[in-house]
Design a protein around this ligand. Sequence first.
Ligand code: NAD
Length: 407
Amino acid sequence: MVKICCIGAGYVGGPSMAVMALKCPDIEVAVVDVSRSRIDAWNSDRLPVLEPGLDAVVRACRGRNLTFSADVERHVGDADMVFVSVNTPTKARGVGAGEAADLAYWESAARVVADAPRRSDKVVIVVEKSTVPVKTAEAMERILLARSNGGVAFQVLSNPEFFAEGTAVRDLLHPDRVLIGGREDTGAGRDAVLALRDVYARWVPGDRIVTASLPSAELARLAANAFLAQRVSSVNSLSALCEATGADVSDVARAVGSDPRVGDGFLRAGVGFGGASLRRDVLTLAYACERHGLAEPAAYWREVVAVNEFQKSRFVRRVVASMFGTVAGKTVAVLGFAFKKGAAAAAAGETNRDSPAADVCRGLVGDRARVAVYDPVVGEKQIRRDTSPAARAAKTTQRQQAVRVAR
Ligand code: NAD
């Protein structure tokens, strides 16, 4: 293995490949993206992703065995292993709008992999790193088979990313587990799994590298996020009952979480979960259940999202109620706008990754409050954009969609 290329220089592609380059100095790693501005930012002193420790890792490898480039075709064609780490947002319109994953970027990346000019005797390992619906790897195999040029052989693996924004570098250096999905029932499939395992084995203990079938690996990624979201909605739904009954949700959560069968992670009540992934992954899971005729499991997962929406609007209602039922003309200070501690978009024009703070601000502004927001890392332009009437209208439609599909 000499050359790795990653399509998509985003939150996942950039940090994960930088750590790979750091730990594998004998491998050339190229991260490519259609967005020239993203690539320019990766090549500058102001990285497009703000993660503790990331600057040092990039500085150690950039120009040595780590390259950021907009020349997608060339690097994809040169690579022995191609990671696909492009964005897979929820579909905004068409079949499955509001729930299904939009695979347009993923498909265009798959076609680039299939069509890139390369030596005809090559075996290329394609690694799905984006979070995708179950059986997307099979679709990738079909695209590669139909469009492959000459005698090039492709092996598709799934290697979903589990890091959390805010602790990405630490999680990548010391992962709880690395999951590799592949076709271990064939010789070529086994070889591909081993090749990727060998890369990770340079810094990850062997017992933390686990293998599975392709659909199991794909589903495990969605399920991991769905479980986290479900815990947040569980404790938030209890917080509503605690307020109604005089119980203290922190005491309840502590008592529940100290049972080792439950565990204490993700049990702090709050305004609701945000970020790019949790909501989307729960809905992708619900949509998959629905498509397989599993109406009750689909309804179960959708309710996790519905409770999250309920919690955000309940919070706004509480603020309004605490100010004699009206916030019109009153100034409300909001400390913190990013969706969680340690994570914020650094590049201009970035989204704020679906922060609940934006929903709360929009709710208060909708009630004619004057809202003053302070956040040390989220810029004024972004705060204004996320709280604008246009963002409010888009979010209202999204919320109506979420509640409609949940009912
Ligand atoms: P992102 O939006 O930050 O980056 C994706 C990049 O892919 C963009 O820069 C875009 O320009 C590029 N791209 C899209 N199509 C392309 C193409 N055909 N050729 C070249 N470049 C292309 O997304 P992200 O946060 O890095 O997420 C990538 C995937 O990883 C998603 O499926 C996401 O759900 C998943 N994931 C994200 C996180 C996270 O914390 N952000 C964690 C685990 C998994």
